[in-house]
Write a protein that binds this ligand. Structure first.
Ligand code: GLY
Ligand code: MN
Ligand code: MN
Length: 352
């Protein structure tokens, strides 16, 4: 079934006559259009892509299943197309209040229905083509990690390391980084999201690098923590606990169970080791066109894992004023378990 056929089935279930899609990822997912300005207007019979002069050629090439409508004013065009629609869906998370007021004015006869689930559910299960792109995004990140192990030296700054990771990935076909990279060294590694600064790497430091590539629109996400110089016993201990929790999370990842059950397995190992209070975030999240998608692996996640979901497993222990360790892989849920996509080594790496 095509994506248009699938969204129309879901629109029928939700009794929507039309669906307006404006977020870049959903727009791309449905139409193939990668430009920065457009709206999709999908009904049970029609599929229109509304954009301006700058993008007509690109939209015509990239979105062959959509009728490209050249606009001068987006809401005037929507008003014309949507005259007869009684129930019109819009994206709950993406639509601003100002957008909503504009929609209300353009479609005064319509009931506007906020929607968050339809696209989320479609995008959660990756098809073969998406998986191939994700595999490549993961490989680019794996290769960048191998490169950075040759590159890093004490005295470099976190910012230099972050930049080198980006260079390496863009040289290998990434269109960019999938988020602001984290390169957190020494006591800064206790910040789960410590973005790179001008701090230099010193002897004895942990260095947590969390980075990823975008390849043909699809993201990868990997974290590795390495150590400069001979680790202390405590550094060794913390690393081993996180690695054990991460491997247990992978072993628990399978279809048919809610995300919270996988989270609980990894969290239990960290808690049993006495560090439960130092793992304050979820175990993982789905990844695709966006770096953070649904469902998640966390304490509250009730949604059931299904084959084709691509998800991270990323436990960590973060001790204030001391440092921290996180290890993150991506995996795809299979019929009876999961396949880990990330190939970068994750045994404790020590840079002499
Ligand atoms: N870099 C954010 C994350 O791993 O989710
Ligand atoms: Mn990450
Ligand atoms: Mn992640």
């Amino acid at each position: 079934m095509s994506r248009l056929e699938r969204i129309r089935l879901k629109m029928q279930e939700a009794k929507l006559d039309a669906f307006i899609i404006a977020s870049p990822e959903n727009r791309r997912y449905m139409s193939g259009f990668t430009g920065t300005s457009a709206m999709l207007f999908i009904t049970l019979e029609k599929a229109c892509l509304l954009t301006d002069f700058r993008y007509i050629q690109q939209a015509t090439e990239q979105a062959p299943n959509f009728q490209v409508v050249r606009i001068s004013n987006m809401y005037n065009s929507l008003a014309e197309l949507g005259q007869k629609a009684a129930r019109v869906g819009f994206e709950e998370e993406f639509t601003t209040y100002a957008d909503y007021l504009n929609l209300k004015e353009a479609l005064p006869q319509a009931e506007l229905v906020s929607q968050s689930k339809i696209l989320e559910e479609l995008r959660a299960i990756k098809d073969t083509e998406e998986l191939a792109k994700i595999r490549q995004a993961v490989k680019i990140a794996d290769d960048a990690f191998a490169h950075i192990l040759q590159f890093v030296e004490r005295g470099q700054t976190e910012a230099e390391i972050s930049l080198e990771l980006e260079f390496a990935m863009r040289r290998n076909g990434a269109s960019g980084g999938s988020f602001d990279f984290i390169a957190a060294s020494g006591i800064r590694s206790s910040m789960p999201h410590g973005v790179a600064t001008t701090k230099t790497i010193e002897q004895g430091d942990f260095l947590t690098m969390d980075f990823g590539a975008i390849y043909q629109g699809y993201c990868s996400d990997i974290t590795r923590t390495i150590c400069f110089g001979e680790p202390t016993e405590k550094q060794q201990e913390i690393y081993e606990i996180v690695l054990k929790a991460q491997k247990a999370g992978i072993a628990a990842l399978k279809p048919g169970i809610p995300g919270r059950e996988v989270d609980a397995v990894a969290r239990g190992i960290i808690a049993d080791a006495g560090y439960g209070d130092f793992f304050g975030h979820g175990l993982g999240h789905s990844v695709g066109l966006a770096i953070h998608e649904n469902p998640n692996l966390n304490l509250r996640e009730e949604r059931i894992l299904q084959p084709g979901m691509v998800i991270t497993i990323e436990p960590g222990i973060y001790i204030p004023d001391w440092g921290g360790v996180r290890i993150e892989d991506m995996a795809v849920v299979t019929e009876n378990g999961c396949e880990v996509l990330t190939q970068a080594p994750k045994e404790f790496i020590i840079i002499e």
